[in-house]
Design a protein around this ligand. Structure first.
Ligand SMILES: NC(=O)c1ccc[n+]([C@@H]2O[C@H](COP(=O)([O-])OP(=O)(O)OC[C@H]3O[C@@H](n4cnc5c(N)ncnc54)[C@H](OP(=O)(O)O)[C@@H]3O)[C@@H](O)[C@H]2O)c1
Length: 261
């Protein structure tokens, strides 16, 4: 359904790359994409209808009423200070850990935090992504909730404090997990073992953690207190002291966590 609300994205990275077209599909107009590097803004603007690429932050005569700041967390505050907008515009960021108050200079402000991992080269189905929102006043809340409903099947309000705890849990469950898979792939690759062989094991691990709880699902040499196997693994990591350290730390943590249960 056509929607007269026009949106500008500040940032053209992984999240904006997917969210801008998804919002456009539901009828929002994406008016402009900002990036410090115009080529990056243009690459995303090209995927949208009637969208311009810009490399300045003066939007005082922009037709957009919503500004989605999708830049790295550490840059949100600086970018917000430089943004020149119509005083009624709504400004939201998309970060897990950054407080909404970083946008404190705007009376209509909020947060749109999608609990999912986005990379430009991987398609994403937004309808299954949970979205956590925050708003500074009722007006912003209504507009942000309408936007949320248009793309995301589920959304709920969450304070900045709770959202940063959720983000911490997301870093352990997603980012660290992926890093472990990367390390596993390096070991497989350097021994000419196809990484794909690990797929059923990894999928079952995730399914089992959500079926019976991760605290009931741990297996492996650490929980069995199998020091012979752990010593063999440590010897295999002799040439990679950093990875050996990670192996030892995680194994200790599994043993101690199990004792505490
Ligand atoms: N990716 C995810 O999985 C994910 C999930 C949930 C939430 N988020 C949140 O979404 C936000 C954006 O994340 P992302 O993954 O899309 O980041 P990203 O891929 O690194 O893209 C960041 C964008 O910001 C621009 N940028 C970088 N540094 C900047 C600076 N100092 N000042 C102004 N612009 C700058 C970059 O383009 P130029 O270098 O051309 O300026 C790029 O367009 C973050 O707050 C993140 O926490 C991300």
């Amino acid at each position: 359904m056509p929607n007269e609300t026009s949106i500008t994205f500040i940032g053209s990275g992984n999240l904006a790359w997917h969210l801008a077209p998804a919002l456009e599909k539901t009828g929002y107009g994406i008016n402009a994409i900002y990036s410090r590097d115009l080529t990056n803004a243009a690459a995303l603007a090209k995927r949208l209808k009637n969208c311009i690429a810009v490399d300045h932050l003066d939007f005082s005569s922009s037709p957009s009423s919503i500004f989605i700041v999708a830049v790295p967390d550490k840059a949100i505050g600086t970018v917000a200070k430089q943004l020149k907008l119509n005083k009624d515009a709504i400004v939201v960021h998309t970060s897990g850990t950054t407080a909404m108050e970083v946008l404190g200079s705007f009376k209509n402000r909020g947060v749109l935090y999608p609990l999912q991992t986005f990379s430009k080269n991987k398609k994403i189905d937004f309808s299954s992504v949970p979205l956590f929102i925050e708003a500074s006043n009722d007006y912003s809340k209504t507009i942000i909730a309408t936007l949320a409903q248009s793309v995301f099947e589920k959304h709920c309000y969450l304070s900045s404090e709770k959202r940063s705890q959720l983000h911490l849990a997301a870093v352990f469950s997603c980012n660290f997990n992926n890093h472990m898979l990367h390390m596993a792939k390096n070991i497989a690759d350097s021994n000419d073992i196809p990484f794909q062989l690990l797929a059923p094991l990894v999928q079952e691990t995730i399914d089992k953690a959500f079926d019976i709880g991760p605290e009931n699902a741990q297996t492996g040499p650490a929980i069995r207190l199998d020091h012979t196997t752990m010593d063999a693994h440590k010897a295999m990591l002799e040439d990679n002291p950093e990875l050996k350290e990670i192996y030892i730390t995680l194994s200790h943590h599994i043993i101690n966590q199990n004792k505490a249960q």
